[in-house]
Write a protein that binds this ligand. Structure first.
Ligand code: ATP
Ligand code: MG
Length: 857
C-alpha cells in the first residue's frame, strides 16, 4: 500500500511520501520538488510539469495552465467566462455544457475536460512518487482548497479515478497544513485542558485561505475557515503587468496585449520581479530583449511602488480574517500563533497585513511550499494499515451550510431542513426519518448561496426508491442517512424502510440480547454525538420533518425530537447523529424491527457519467502509452546521435590506434553521413529505423571499442594471473623444502597443484607470445575473458588444497590466511552473503513488514 500525499496547486504541485524515517517531499525527473501544473500538447506526445512550463510561450495555444478552478463548472459559469479572456489556449463548451480545453494534439484538434487535464497532471505526480518509492502508487490523499464545493471535489476525484489512483481522502489544504503542524508538537495541552488555538494562512497563486484550529494532545479540530478564492500571487503579477503594459505603450508605442506571446513573457518577467522585490527593497530593473517588433524594453519598480500599486489587493486580506474571527467567536489575544504558508505570503506587505490584524508576528515554522503535500502524506499514513503513526484525530468542518428540500405527500407543500450548518464537524452522518407511501425525492442545496463562490446552489437530487405502504396500508417509516463524507462531499448515502414483525417466544430472547449488545457498543459514539448536539443545538429536526412524519390516519401525537441509543459509529473518523421526531414505541416483546435497505437514485450537479469516465480512463491509458512510445523513439534517436559524437571524438583520440586506415576512412564517412541524415531524412523516423541505424554503426564501432578495451584490461589481468602463479609456485617450493606450514597436505594433492601451475604458466606464456605479434588494430589473439577463465580454473583447482586446515592438534594459526588468499576469499564470500541481507533489512517496503513505526520527532 502506497502512502503518498499530492498537493494539487493552481500553479505548483508537490508530492510527499511516507517512509519509516518520516515524511519526505520528493523530487521529479529534473531534481525539483516543485512540479508546475502545466500540460503541453505536441505533435507526437504530451509533456507535463517543468518541460511543459518551458513551452508556455513557444507553444502557447497548446499549453494549458491555470485550470484548477475550472473543475466542476459549467462553461457558462461567470468565473469560467472571465478566465477564458486571459487564457492563451481555447476554452469551449462540451456536449454536457461543461468546460472543454481545445488543443492541437497529435496534429489533430482535441477537446479535453478539466478532469482529464488534472488527471494528466496526476499521471506525472504519480510517476514522481513511483520513481521515488520504486513501486506502483495507488492509495493517496489529494489536497483541495477548503472552499471547493461538492461539484469541484467530485471532479478532482474523477481525475484521480482516471489515472487509477485510489484517493483515500480529499483533504482541505488548510487541514493538511494544520495536521503537519500539530502532529509534531510535543507541548500541546492535555485533552481536558483548554486547547491551543492556531490560525493558518495560505496565499498561493490563485487564492487566499485561512483557518483556525484547536489543538490538544493527539487532537486537531478545525474551528472555522474563511477565504478569498480570487486573491493570490497571480493578482499581484497582474498589477505589475498592467503597470508595464501602460508604461511600454507610452515609452515604446507597443500594444503588449495584442500579442499573446509578448504578454505571456511579460507575465513571466513580472513574476520574477515580484519575487525579487520580496527580498529587496531597492529599485529593481525589468529588462526583456527582443520583446515585440525586435524592440528591447526595460522598466524599473521598487517595493514601495509595488505596494502602492497593490493597495486594493492588500486591503482584501482583512475580510477573510474578520470573517474567521466572527465565526470562531474568539479574540485575537486567544490565538497562540499565526502560521503562514503559500508562495505569496513571502510578499512582505502580505505578511505585515496578516501580522497587523492579529497583533503579533506571523510564524513561518512550516515549509511554505511543501506543508500541504506533507500534511496529505501524513493523513495517508494515518489511514494506511502499513504505517503506525502517533494517534492524532482530525476533525474538519463543513464549509457551507447544506439543506435538504422535499415535497410532502399530503399537500405537495415543500419541506425544508438545514442538515449541516456552517462549520459543522466533518465527516459526519445524520439519520432523518420520513413517513411515506411512495418513493420520494430529496434535493440538497447550499442554503447560503451568497457565501459560496460558485454560481449553482444545487448539490444534487436523491430519489428514495421502492417505498410502498405497509401491509396495513399505513405510511412506511423510512430512515434516510445523509452524510458529508471524508472528501467533504454531501450525499444521501443510505435509506431503509423500518418494518416491525412478530417473533415467536424463542426468537424474542435473542432479539433482546442483540439490542443490549448494540447499545453497549455504541456508548462512545453516543456521547460524542450528544456533545455535538450541545455544540450545535440547531441541529435538531425541524418542524417540517415532524409534519412530514405524520401519517394520514390515525395521526400520532406530535413527537419531541430526540436522539436514541441506536446511534452508532460507522467509521473511525465519522460520527453518526440520529434525528428522530418520534419517541421509541413502548416495547412490544413479540415484535422485532427489521431495516430493509432501499435503493437511492442520486443525480449530482456536474456528475461525470460512467461511460464518459470509462472513456477518459481508456484515453488516458492510450496517451500514457503514446508518451512512452515517443520517449522510447526519442531515446533511440538520441542513442544514434550520441554514438556519432562519441566515436567522432574517440577515433581522433584514444581509439585512433585501434583501427586501420581503410576502416577508419569508411567508418568516418558513415559517421558524417549519419550526422547529416539525423538532421534531414532521419529527423523524424520510427524507433526501429534508429535501432537499425545504431546497429549499422555498431558493426563498425564496436570492434574498435572492443580492441581498445581489451588492450586496456589485458596487461593487468596477465599481471594478476602471473602473481597468482608465483604464489602457488612458492607454496610448492616451501612444501618441497619441508616447510612446517604445508606438511599436512598430501603429496598427491601437492603434485596436482604443481601440475596445474605448470600448465597454466605454459598457457600464459603462449598467449602472451601470440598477443605480442598482433598489431593494435587487429583483433586480440587472446581475450580478457580467457585470461579470467584461466585464473578462475587455477584458483578452483589449487586454492582448496593449499588452504586446507591443519589437523586439530595443530595450532589454530594454521587456519590463518595463506599469503592473504584465504582472508580475501572469505571476506569476499562474507560480503556476497551479507550484502543482500542487509539491504533487505534496510528496505522499508511496507508490504514486507506488518507495520512501520513512523518517526515523527
Ligand atoms: P493555490 O494555493 O492558489 O492553488 P499554489 O499552491 O500553486 O496555488 P504556491 O505555490 O503556494 O501556489 O504559490 C505560488 C505563488 O507564490 C506564485 O504567485 C508565486 O509568484 C508566489 N511566490 C513564490 N515565491 C515568492 C516570493 N519570494 N515573493 C513573492 N511571491 C512569491
Ligand atoms: Mg497552494
Amino acid at each position: 500500500m502506497s502512502v503518498v500525499g499530492f498537493d494539487l496547486g493552481f500553479q505548483n504541485c508537490h508530492v510527499a511520501i511516507a517512509r519509516a524515517g518520516g515524511i519526505e517531499t520528493v523530487a521529479n525527473e529534473f531534481s525539483d520538488r516543485c512540479t508546475p501544473a502545466v500540460v503541453s500538447f505536441g505533435t507526437k506526445n504530451r509533456t507535463i510539469g517543468i518541460a511543459a512550463k518551458n513551452q508556455l510561450v513557444t507553444n502557447a495555444t497548446n499549453t494549458v495552465s491555470n485550470f484548477k478552478k475550472l473543475h466542476g463548472r459549467a462553461f457558462s459559469d461567470p468565473y469560467v467566462q472571465k478566465e477564458k479572456k486571459n487564457l492563451a489556449y481555447e476554452l469551449v463548451q462540451t456536449a454536457n455544457g461543461g468546460v472543454g480545453l481545445r488543443v492541437m494534439y497529435m496534429e489533430e484538434p482535441h477537446i479535453f475536460s478539466v478532469a482529464q487535464i488534472t488527471a494528466m497532471l496526476l499521471t506525472k505526480l504519480k510517476e514522481t512518487a513511483e520513481s521515488n518509492l520504486k513501486k506502483p502508487v495507488t492509495d493517496c490523499v489529494i489536497s483541495v482548497p477548503s472552499f471547493f464545493t461538492d461539484a469541484e471535489r467530485r471532479s478532482v476525484l474523477d481525475s484521480a479515478q482516471i489515472v487509477g489512483l485510489n484517493c483515500l481522502k480529499l483533504m482541505s489544504d488548510m487541514t493538511a497544513v494544520a495536521l503537519n503542524y500539530g502532529i509534531y508538537k510535543q507541548d500541546l495541552p492535555a485533552p481536558e485542558e483548554k486547547p491551543k488555538i492556531v490560525v493558518f494562512a495560505d496565499m498561493g497563486h490563485s487564492s487566499f485561505q485561512i483557518s483556525a484550529c484547536a489543538f490538544n494532545k493527539g487532537i486537531l479540530k478545525v474551528l472555522g475557515t474563511a477565504f478569498d478564492p480570487y486573491l493570490g500571487g497571480r493578482n499581484f503579477d497582474e498589477k505589475l503587468v498592467e503597470h508595464f503594459c501602460a508604461e511600454f505603450k507610452t515609452k515604446y508605442k507597443l500594444d503588449v496585449k495584442s500579442k499573446i506571446r509578448a504578454l505571456l513573457r511579460l507575465y513571466q518577467e513580472c513574476e520574477k520581479l515580484k519575487k525579487l522585490m520580496s527580498s529587496n527593497s531597492t529599485d529593481l530593473p525589468l529588462n526583456i530583449e527582443c520583446f515585440m517588433n525586435d524592440i528591447d524594453v526595460s522598466g524599473r519598480m521598487s517595493r514601495s511602488e509595488f505596494e502602492a500599486l497593490s493597495a486594493d489587493l492588500l486591503q482584501r486580506i482583512d475580510a477573510p480574517l474578520r470573517s474567521l474571527m466572527e465565526q470562531i467567536q474568539l479574540r485575537v489575544e486567544d490565538i497562540s500563533a499565526v502560521e503562514i504558508i503559500g508562495g505569496a505570503t513571502r510578499i512582505p506587505a502580505v505578511k505585515e497585513r496578516i501580522a497587523k490584524f492579529f497583533g503579533k508576528d506571523v510564524s513561518t515554522t512550516l515549509n511554505a511550499d511543501e506543508a500541504v503535500a506533507r500534511g496529505c502524506a501524513l493523513q495517508c499514513a494515518i489511514l494506511s494499515p502499513a504505517f503506525k503513526v502517533r494517534e492524532f484525530s482530525v476533525t474538519d468542518v463543513v464549509p457551507y451550510p447544506i439543506s435538504l428540500k422535499w415535497s410532502t405527500e399530503a399537500d405537495e407543500a415543500e419541506g425544508f431542513h438545514e442538515v449541516f450548518n456552517k462549520n459543522h464537524p466533518a465527516p459526519f452522518s445524520k439519520v432523518l426519518t420520513f413517513y411515506r407511501k411512495n418513493p420520494f425525492q430529496l434535493e440538497a442545496f447550499y442554503s447560503d448561496p451568497a457565501s459560496v463562490p460558485y454560481p449553482e446552489a444545487r448539490i444534487g437530487q436523491f430519489v428514495v426508491q421502492n417505498i410502498s405502504p405497509s401491509k396495513d396500508g399505513e405510511k412506511a417509516k423510512v430512515k434516510v442517512k445523509v452524510r458529508v463524507n471524508t472528501h467533504g462531499i454531501f450525499s444521501v448515502s443510505t435509506a431503509s424502510v423500518v418494518e416491525k414483525m412478530e417473533v415467536d417466544e424463542a426468537e424474542e430472547q435473542a432479539v433482546e440480547s442483540g439490542v443490549e449488545a448494540k447499545n453497549q457498543g455504541s456508548v462512545d459514539a453516543m456521547e460524542e454525538d450528544k456533545s455535538v448536539q450541545q455544540d450545535h443545538p440547531d441541529a435538531g429536526p425541524q418542524p417540517q420533518v415532524q409534519t412530514d412524519e405524520q401519517p394520514s390516519s390515525p395521526p400520532p401525537p406530535p413527537p419531541p425530537p430526540e436522539s436514541t441509543s441506536e446511534e452508532h459509529k460507522v467509521a473511525d473518523t465519522e460520527k453518526v447523529e440520529k434525528k428522530s421526531d418520534k419517541p421509541p414505541e413502548a416495547k412490544k416483546p413479540k415484535m422485532k424491527v427489521k431495516n430493509i435497505e432501499v435503493p437511492i437514485e442520486a443525480n449530482f450537479v456536474w456528475q461525470l457519467g460512467k461511460d464518459l469516465l470509462n472513456m477518459y480512463i481508456e484515453n488516458e491509458g492510450k496517451m500514457i502509452l503514446q508518451d512512452k512510445l515517443e520517449k522510447e523513439r526519442n531515446d533511440a534517436k538520441n542513442a544514434v546521435e550520441e554514438y556519432v559524437y562519441e566515436y567522432r571524438d574517440k577515433l581522433s583520440g584514444p581509439y585512433g590506434k585501434f583501427i586501420n586506415q581503410e576502416d577508419l576512412s569508411s567508418f568516418s564517412e558513415l559517421l558524417t553521413e549519419t550526422e547529416y541524415w539525423l538532421y534531414e531524412d532521419g529527423e523524424d523516423q520510427p524507433r526501429q529505423v534508429y535501432i537499425e541505424k545504431l546497429d549499422e554503426l555498431k558493426k563498425h564501432g564496436n570492434p574498435v571499442n572492443e580492441r581498445y578495451r581489451e588492450a586496456e584490461e589485458r596487461p593487468k589481468l596477465f599481471d594478476d594471473l602471473g602473481k597468482r602463479l608465483q604464489q602457488y609456485l612458492k607454496i610448492v617450493e616451501e612444501y618441497k623444502n619441508q616447510s612446517e606450514a604445508y606438511q599436512h597436505i598430501s603429496a598427491t594433492d601437492m603434485e596436482k597443484v604443481e601440475k596445474c601451475v605448470q600448465e597454466s604458466m605454459e598457457w600464459m606464456n603462449n598467449a602472451m607470445n601470440l598477443q605480442a605479434k598482433q598489431r593494435l588494430d587487429q583483433n586480440p589473439a587472446v581475450f580478457t575473458s580467457e585470461i579470467k577463465a584461466q585464473l578462475s580454473a587455477l584458483n578452483s583447482s589449487c586454492h582448496r588444497i593449499v588452504t586446507q586446515p591443519k589437523p586439530k592438534t595443530e595450532s589454530p594459526k594454521s587456519d590463518k590466511p595463506v599469503n592473504g588468499m584465504k582472508h580475501n576469499e572469505d571476506h569476499k564470500d562474507e560480503k556476497n552473503n551479507t550484502v543482500p541481507t542487509s539491504q533487505q533489512n534496510g528496505d522499508c517496503h511496507p508490504n514486507e513488514k506488518e507495520t512501520i513505526d513512523m518517526d515523527l520527532d
